[in-house]
Write a protein that binds this ligand. Sequence first.
Ligand code: PGA
Length: 256
Amino acid sequence: MNPKYRKTVIAGNWKMNLLPSQLKDYADALKGLLGKEHPCEVALCVPALMAVPLLRHLRGSRVSLGAQDVSAEASGAFTGEISAAQLKDAGVKYVIVGHSERRALHGETDELIGRKLRRVLEAGMTPILCVGETLPQREAGAEKEIVRAQLKLALGDRDAAAMRNVPIAYEPGWAIGTGRTASPAQAQDMCREIRGAIREKYDARTARAVTVQYGGSMNPANAAELLAQPDVDGGLIGGASLDPGKFYQIVETAKL
Ligand code: PGA
């Protein structure tokens, strides 16, 4: 982390978990633990259906609301899709784009992810751009090449001003939901690589300002070591974010 130059962002990704009837208890517990001040930006990326009621339950806290996906189209006949304008109007601040589960299970391409990213920025929200290699790609030693290509294609011709508002989440596919976390050294190595790619594409100032998160089995036991790395500016947390107590403990580690 380097809060002098960039925001630390701890974001939960609930995926397709929890129920609308559980939102109040979750929000009350988290608010009670966090209080009014926390050491970093905190967000919860929830199923879109739960965004509006969760926002209501989170009133009085500084927790931001996030979504897990968005349509690449602006509006119209796209049954089942949700637009960036709809998310923005509902009070959503962050939108995850390019999560590895969307890439692997829903066939999302870098080109599509780039279009989604642009929609989110145009709507005045903050995309969290997920990048990361699969296990075979890492075993082949191709992880940096893969992540650089994902960044290049998704960022397209976004300019430096827009880029400063794009947190990037490095999520190695082999660490997601597996209980197998990247080591702090592996996380730092790739997060530094990502910042290097931003420096090459833009400039040193932009690279220094961009938040680079790590995601993949982050939990209260390993968060402090991961967040202590100079280029790891936060986390995208799946499983451990389903429990407000565990999520709070991870937020607390961002104090160090
Ligand atoms: P996990 O998920 O923390 O359950 O590994 C992280 C993610 O997919 O964002």
